[in-house]
Write a protein that binds this ligand. Structure first.
Ligand code: NAD
Length: 433
């Protein structure tokens, strides 16, 4: 089939490339000229494991193309995916400007019936709005499908090629057949396509992200209480996770969740609730708990050094909102570092993949370096903010020699408190005595 994917970000680029990998001809469209130029030169604008090789291979095989020309691409497409951003609007709701703009553009470009698939995370009812937007400009038949994406940044390619489930909200039999055929290559061992109506599919995405965010905020509150009562959240985590009704995933406490999805998606669902007179009480608290959690590490620093941090230097390991990505949208590192800077401290930071992003976020207010040990030299403390694997078993002896004071604030519990103290560190984790 000829596929058009509109929006070439984390979702669109991965989805388009993986569909090309199964033999389809895929044209990825973006209105960001610089991005399309980069991709056309074979450069990948984001860091995502495995993606570069896949993109290069499919470009070489002439199955994957990049363009700004939406009109020309839609004219020859069998299926169009909308994968543009749906950022948080001023009132917390999902801003659908990009989605509806693209819908109108598709409508104007239609030369024959088309299956239009929304991959972006969109509030319930958006399928109808996309259809209405298209009907304003053409009478051509379109099939509207909701196919929310569940890939995770950092393992996006792997997730797309081996999905746990493929949610397809579709009304017509034609659209269902097209979607089943498109996903068949990723669905060979057992059928993981779950068909439903469009509204339920749209809701499924928000419900999934909200449940995951709830688990994190829940564990963060348990961790904070563990600290007060002298319990170890890591043991509690193992203790509760072995119950199959609870399960062991997504129970790690830390410095709060960030990223391009959880924060905006829970706020959007709260807003949808308000619009329909249905209070999303739990989710409001999940958001509040998370906001508070982003300051927990900073509070520990203040407890050790006082409010005035002038003359102090802090080394930060990890800036991305989680490992294996260069994405810093809503990253806890931003809250923590801004808090340190506001109190007069100097910050030196490293991240294996997010340094370019970090330079845009912080300008020159902090120094971003390459060497995780170099930034310890003369620093008053180390803060571990993102749990990249390379920070888990570092050279502790060297760390201790380089740090001016052996303070370690571990926001991700990557080290063992007893071992750290035995080595002479002044160590604090999250929720551990
Ligand atoms: P992104 O910001 O990385 O990419 C969006 C792309 O759309 C950008 O390249 C932008 O230039 C392009 N775009 C915007 N308006 C356009 C227009 N009018 N025409 C053409 N291109 C346009 O976003 P993302 O992280 O890929 O997320 C896309 C959607 O998928 C969002 O709704 C998000 O919530 C959802 N989602 C994201 C993830 C994730 O892990 N990032 C996972 C699942 C779902």
């Amino acid at each position: 089939m000829e596929l058009a994917v509109i929006g070439t970000g984390y979702v669109g680029l991965v989805a388009g490339t993986c569909f090309a990998e199964t033999g389809h001809t895929v044209t990825c469209i973006d209105n960001n000229e610089a991005k399309i130029e980069m991709l056309s030169r074979g450069e990948i604008p984001i860091y995502e494991p495995q993606l570069e090789d896949l993109v290069k291979r499919n470009v070489k095989k002439k199955r994957l193309f990049f363009t700004q020309d939406l009109e020309g691409t839609i004219a020859k497409a069998d299926v169009a995916f909308i994968a543009v951003g749906t950022p948080e609007g001023e009132d917390g709701s999902a801003d659908l400007t990009h989605v509806l703009t693209v819908a109108r553009q598709i409508g104007k470009a239609l030369t024959r019936p088309l299956v239009i698939v929304t991959k972006s995370t969109v509030p319930v009812g958006t399928g109808d709005r996309v259809k209405a937007e298209i009907a304003k400009v053409t009478s051509m038949h379109v099939d509207i499908v909701s196919n929310p994406e569940f890939l995770k940044e950092g393992t996006a390619v792997e997730d797309f090629l081996k999905p746990d489930r493929i949610i397809v909200g579709a009304e017509s039999e034609t659209a269902k057949a097209v979607m089943a055929d498109l996903y068949a290559p990723f669905n060979r061992t057992s059928n993981r396509v779950v068909f439903m109506d469009v509204r339920s599919a749209e809701m499924t995405k928000y419900a999934a992200n909200s449940m995951l965010a709830t688990r994190i905020s829940f564990m963060n509150e348990i961790a904070n209480l563990c600290e007060k009562v002298g319990a170890d959240v890591n043991k509690v985590r193992l203790g509760i996770g072995s119950d199959p009704r609870i399960g062991s995933s997504f129970l790690f406490p830390g410095v709060g969740f960030g990223g391009s999805c959880f924060p905006k998606d829970i706020r959007a669902l709260v807003r949808t609730g308000e619009q329909h007179g249905s209070q999303m009480t739990i989710l409001k608290r999940v958001d509040e708990v998370n906001d508070r959690q982003k300051s927990v590490l900073l509070e520990k620093v203040i407890a050790a050094f006082g409010e005035d941090l002038k003359g102090k230097t802090f080394a930060v390991w990890g800036l991305a909102f989680k490992p294996q990505t260069d994405d810093m949208r809503e990253a806890p590192s931003i809250t923590i570092i801004e808090g340190l800077l506001k109190r007069g401290a100097k910050v030196r930071a490293v991240d294996p993949e997010a340094s370019k992003t970090a330079k845009r976020v912080f300008n020159d207010s902090i120094t971003i370096e390459e060497d995780q040990y170099g930034i310890l030299e003369g620093s008053d403390a180390l803060l571990v903010v993102t749990e990249w694997n390379e920070y888990r078993r570092p050279n502790f002896k060297r760390m201790k020699e380089l740090l001016k004071q052996p303070y370690v604030f571990d926001g991700r519990n990557v080290f063992e408190p007893d071992t750290m103290r035995k080595m002479g560190f002044k160590y604090t984790g999250i929720g551990r005595p």
